[in-house]
Ligand binder design. Structure first.
Ligand code: PEP
Ligand code: MN
Length: 250
């Protein structure tokens, strides 16, 4: 089953998060994303609402029924995150934080592991091993763009990582076109490229009013455009998926 995960980069307020959650639920997302703690490049940028953000996510789940994926940035907050998260996200900046990975492994909670911006596919698989080694096999890998010499996108989406990872592991592989693109116009083409390459899902950022977003506004799809985006993604995913009879014969 192809998985479309969507929601705000950051939980900014109850209204912003619930508005977004309703829109992505109506548009066909199967999970709500949203960060309560944000691993910002600068300490002067908005760092997230923390525990108050988790409470808003819990309310969004109660209202929409969407499971929640949210990032754990600090192992000291694992109990608080476990109380709300159906899936724990490990961000690109923490991909190599082995203590964090081990604790998530021990928790047994499904994990979404993002590739570090300067990490190889081998590095990503080795990071996943820290979670798997604790007996937690519910790990989804996420390609979110890597650092290259190219500056016209925020990161360079490594589309080839999708088939390469699928050759090397049985873990599901999803793609985050939002952080790779850095601007909304590029999210749809990168998303479709990822689906065509065989991704098992996408995670995208959505905001009711991206111009006012406290984090990653330029790359957020608007709540108004999300449903059409989701329709296109699901239509391509259905076309790319092997027919059940062929899959059974393989
Ligand atoms: C995010 O998902 O909002 C995020 C910070 O992503 P990444 O860790 O890939 O930069
Ligand atoms: Mn973001």
């Amino acid at each position: 089953m192809f998985r479309l995960i969507a929601g705000p980069c950051t939980v900014e307020s109850r209204e912003q998060t619930l508005t977004t959650a309703r829109a992505v639920a109506a548009g066909g997302a199967v999970m709500l994303r949203g960060g309560a703690w944000k691993p910002r490049t600068s300490p002067h940028s908005f760092q997230g609402l923390g525990h108050a953000g988790l409470r808003i996510l819990a309310e969004a789940r109660a209202e929409t029924g969407l499971p929640i994926v949210t990032e754990l940035t600090d192992v000291r907050e694992i109990d608080a995150v476990l109380a709300v998260a159906d899936v724990i996200q490990v961000g690109a900046r923490n991909m190599s934080n082995s203590a964090l990975l081990t604790e998530i492994g021990r928790s047994g909670r499904p994990a979404l592991l993002k590739r570090g911006a300067a990490s190889t596919i081998d590095d990503l698989l080795a990071a996943a091993d820290y979670i798997l080694a604790e007996g937690n096999e519910d790990v989804t890998l996420c390609e979110r763009g890597i650092r290259t010499f190219e500056t016209s996108t925020r990161f360079t989406l490594d589309v080839a990582a999708v088939p390469v990872l699928k050759e090397r592991t049985r873990l599901p592989v999803i793609v985050d076109p939002s952080h790779a693109a850095g601007r909304r116009e590029l999210v749809r083409p990168l998303a479709l490229a990822a689906v065509a390459a065989g991704a098992d899902g996408l995670i995208v950022e959505v905001h009711p009013d991206p111009a006012e977003a406290l984090c990653d506004g330029p790359q957020a799809l608007t709540t108004a455009e999300f449903a059409a985006f989701a329709d296109d993604v699901y239509a391509l995913a259905a076309a790319v998926a092997p027919a059940p009879s062929l899959a059974a014969a393989a």
